[in-house]
Design a protein around this ligand. Structure first.
Ligand code: GLU
Length: 410
């Protein structure tokens, strides 16, 4: 099953529940527009190298297209298509006035110099800029990109169109970014988990957490959950898993990774294989890296009773089915990792109004919007006796269809 087929699998289940017409299903199971661009850059060696770039706009029914840009060797049109669709349901579910899009370049950034990376970011953005706009399509960071990438992209766009800080979110604060955007996805993951535990009258204190992927999202998830009383017992990156059943020292780990080190050179805890984080003996498992890591090959080895999708699409439909049958609770990506796009929305409004919020205002609004979305999901889940993913999709898809109907598209 391709990545896009898996995202359609969850969409079609919601479409059946909502009794959508075949035409509506056709419209929403495919993107509105797909752009594939060549991204030629001059390498430090003087040679030219051509990379493949994409921007897919899935649905603009509820507002301008919105979604990150991924720089990763696994990026292809199929993946970007699936991720763009997820953004449509995510923005709808959490009530931000955007549609869904995603972009990406097939590249291994670890072998590029800073100059090559800057050139790649600028050239890619220039090549997709004719379909972007502050009221049309607003990119943001995703895997392999960060606030520096957004700064280069905003600058490249501004050189042609005049100063346009609203063209991206996730940019540095010094260029008009928002307080709290960098930590937003991870903080959001912890807010959703906290809501889930409250809804089940359970305490988060002492819950043992394993996090697969220790980039920006994994790190901030760990910090926020620790602050809520959880014990982070395992974290992993491409090089290793590190494990401490007494609880890892997250501050020490942060220092280790921000200086550019991988976990296999960390001495403060026991080392394991890269994939050990997924099968660790824990209460809450948080995949926070790439898609499809929990699949038909390894779902039986999962020990956690709760899986929280900080990454986009980390669980294949087959594994989702089997784990659900085994009573594993899954907090779905379009809810669990929506904190990022929510604070992107705050950033977009701040940039347009040229009026800046404090971190306290950002945190309070983030907490409120995610709690509202969680409560809506819990309500539909109970009312219809379905999974949290089905309930999140039901709400997300329903609002997009309403917007399409009102506009007269269907
Ligand atoms: N890349 C993030 C996501 O997958 C954020 C997107 C955004 O802020 O537009 O949700």
């Amino acid at each position: 099953m391709s990545f896009a087929d898996s995202s359609n699998y969850f969409f079609e289940a919601a479409a059946n529940m909502l009794e959508l017409s075949d035409e509506t299903i056709t419209l929403l199971s495919q993107p509105y527009r797909e752009l594939h661009v060549q991204v030629p850059i001059k390498m430090d060696s003087g040679k030219r190298k051509v990379f493949q770039g994409f921007r897919v706009q899935h649905s603009g029914a509820r507002g301008p297209y919105k979604g990150g840009i991924r720089f990763h060797p696994a990026v292809d049109l199929d993946e970007v298509r699936a991720l763009a669709q997820l953004m449509t349901w995510k923005t709808s579910l959490v009530n931000v006035p955007f549609g869904g899009a995603k972009g990406g370049v097939n590249v291994d950034t670890s072998v590029l110099s800073e100059t090559e990376l800057e050139d790649l970011s600028r050239t890619y953005f220039e090549n997709i800029s004719h379909i972007l706009g502050i009221q049309r399509d607003i990119p943001a960071p995703d895997m392999g990109t960060n606030e520096q990438s957004m700064a280069w992209m905003m600058d490249a766009y501004g050189a042609k169109h005049g100063h346009s800080p609203g063209i991206v979110t996730g940019k540095p604060i010094a260029l008009g970014g928002s307080q709290g955007r960098t930590a937003a996805t991870g903080k959001g993951v912890s807010i959703v988990i906290d809501n889930y535990f409250r809804n089940n009258n359970r305490s988060l204190k002492g819950q043992r957490v394993s996090i697969q992927g220790f980039g920006n999202v994994g790190l901030h998830t760990a910090k926020s959950l620790k602050a809520l009383g959880c014990k982070i017992i395992a974290v992993s990156d491409v090089s290793a898993t590190i494990i401490d059943n007494a609880g890892l020292k997250i501050d020490q780990l942060e220092k280790h990774i921000v200086s550019g080190n991988l976990l296999d050179s960390y001495n403060g805890a026991k080392q394991g294989n890269r994939d050990d984080a997924l099968i660790a003996d824990c209460d809450i498992l948080i995949p926070a890296a790439i898609g499809g890591v929990i699949n038909d090959k390894n779902w039986e080895s999962i020990n956690a009773s709760i899986i929280v999708e900080a990454a986009n699409a980390p669980i294949s439909p087959y594994a989702d089915y089997q784990l659900t049958k085994n009573n594993v609770a899954i907090l779905p990506d379009i809810l669990a990792n929506a904190g990022g796009v929510i604070v992107s929305y705050f950033e977009w409004t701040q940039t347009i109004q040229q009026h800046w919020w404090t971190i306290q205002e950002v945190d309070k609004e983030l907490q409120k919007m995610l709690t509202d979305a969680c409560e809506a999901c819990f309500m539909i889940q109970k009312e219809k006796n379905i999974t949290l993913r089905q309930s999140a999709y039901y709400i997300g898809v329903k609002k997009v269809v309403e917007a399409l109907e009102l506009r007269g598209f269907i």
